[in-house]
Ligand binder design. Structure first.
Ligand code: ARG
Length: 454
């Protein structure tokens, strides 16, 4: 039975019911709704709306329902209740009769749904933070293993300067660490309880909302009832943290897809996260990474959808807000599985150090080193840059890397060049010069790993 029948004489159309009902989506908040109801019953007892006995009876029945839902969350879906709030109230009335009808005193589904969703978000934040930490750990482990593996570093997808594979891993560690901070910032802001704000104006019972907030595990109570029932900042914020993190995941996926390609051959993804082709027997496709790259689109889409739903909504609650959950749930689920999948992929990556070394030697990625060598010999950098540009063109014509040009040839570009130039042109020299904070020298990378390792 609907919670609002008295005002109506006409029948609800079946189409409207299907359109309006949110149970198929918000059934996932069953536990939160029950927990919120238990706290609300306790609050009602403090203002004598319920006797101590009534409150205990309600709490016992709600706990029994909680156990039922935990055992099988899908039982909720067997009902044709309008939403999760109606379902819980209906089950309570089935269990304890008329007493169950007292629970909604002074409460609205508006403060109720806002509370449920915040409780749900808090739980997700805890899970997601753990998953981000796992991924960070996997990347740090890979960095530890690959400190000696050289990787061509790119800008514009052109070989630029060599880096180590460990340095690449740690770049993504930085991104996922920022995501973790963003997630905790979001948690701090959303950790406020809207319960006791009623439909929009506040509840008419003198409830201690701070105590109620504490009972529910929130850090504090919200301050304004109009805002409390219509605030969905936490949904937008979690979606934006999820979107930024998904963008990071998609960039990492794209790098790995490229490194795994036949053209690059820098690494191989494990059999457990790749698939074959139904036609071409030789194929081993990086599906897991392509899906991570692709699913990012859905997460960002959910953020865009929610921002657009909220835009220009008047105070206070509007039914538009019911649209918040579908996108949020999907985005959180998607982000969750992408984080898990990323760990599985990273743990199974096998690099091909010979191949990456050879690739790093190609593409004149030591040209900056030659320019720096000239600078050390007293030539201003801008001039040195020009000289090396000319040398690179000549070397390309000769189809040789800079370090293979004989000294006579190199001297044609600048007479300050001596035999000692060759020691500056090795990959090792390129790497080892990057000793300033954040650089790719072994020493810096080692320090970075030590700073991350718990
Ligand atoms: N299912 C609703 C939602 O998710 C619950 C709140 C309903 N409130 C109302 N005034 N109809 O937003």
């Amino acid at each position: 039975m609907a919670l609002w029948g008295g005002r109506f004489t006409g029948q609800t159309s079946d189409l409207f019911k299907a359109f309006n009902d949110s149970l198929p989506v918000d059934y996932r908040m069953a536990e939160q709704d029950i927990v919120g109801s238990i706290s609300w019953a306790r609050a009602l007892a403090t203002v004598n709306v319920l006797t101590a006995q009534e409150q205990q009876d309600l709490e016992a029945a709600l706990n029994a329902l909680l156990a039922e839902v935990k055992a099988d969350p899908a039982i909720v879906l067997l009902s044709d209740a309008e939403d999760i709030h109606s379902w819980v109230e209906g089950k309570l009335i089935d269990a304890v009769g008329d007493l169950g009808k007292k629970l909604h005193t002074g409460r609205s589904r508006n403060d109720q749904v806002a509370t449920d969703l915040k409780l749900w978000c808090k739980e997700q934040v805890a899970t997601l933070a753990g998953l981000l930490e796992n991924l960070i750990e996997s990347l740090v482990e890979l960095a530890k293993r690959e400190q000696d593996t050289v990787l061509p570093g790119y800008t514009h997808l052109q070989r630029a300067q060599p880096v180590t594979f460990a340095h690449w891993c740690l770049a993504y560690v930085e991104m996922f660490e920022r995501d973790l901070i963003r997630l905790n910032n979001a948690l701090n802001l959303l950790d406020t309880s809207p319960l006791g704000c009623g439909a929009l104006a506040g509840t008419a019972y003198a409830i201690d909302r701070e105590a109620l907030a504490k009972d529910l595990g929130f850090a504090r109570a919200t301050r304004n009832s109009l805002d409390s029932v219509s605030d969905r900042d936490h949904v937008m914020e979690l979606l934006s943290v999820a979107s930024i993190s998904s963008v990071h995941l998609s960039r990492m996926a794209e790098d790995i897809i490229f490194y795994n390609s036949g053209e690059a051959g820098f690494l191989e993804m494990a059999d457990n996260v790749t698939s074959g082709s139904s036609l071409m027997p030789q194929k081993k496709n990086p599906d897991a990474m392509e899906l991570i790259r692709g699913k990012c689109g859905r997460v960002v889409g959910s953020l865009t959808g929610m921002l657009t739903t909220m835009k220009a909504l008047p105070l206070a609650y509007n039914k538009d807000m019911q649209e918040d959950k579908e996108g949020l749930f999907d985005a959180v689920d998607t982000w969750t599985i992408c984080l898990q999948m990323a760990v599985l992929c990273i743990d199974g990556l096998k690099t091909n150090p010979e191949r990456t070394y050879t690739a790093a030697q190609q593409g004149y990625s030591n040209a900056t080193e030659l320019a720096d060598y000239l600078v050390a010999k007293g030539i201003p950098f801008r001039e040195a840059h020009h000289i090396v540009g000319v040398a690179v063109v000549a070397a390309i014509e000769l189809k040789q890397p800079l370090e293979d040009l004989p000294i006579e040839k190199l001297k044609e570009f600048s007479d300050v060049i001596e035999d000692d130039v060759y020691q500056h042109l090795t990959i090792e020299a390129c790497l080892e010069k990057r000793v300033a904070l954040g650089g790719t020298s072994k020493e810096q990378v080692k320090a970075a790993i030590a700073a991350k390792a718990k």
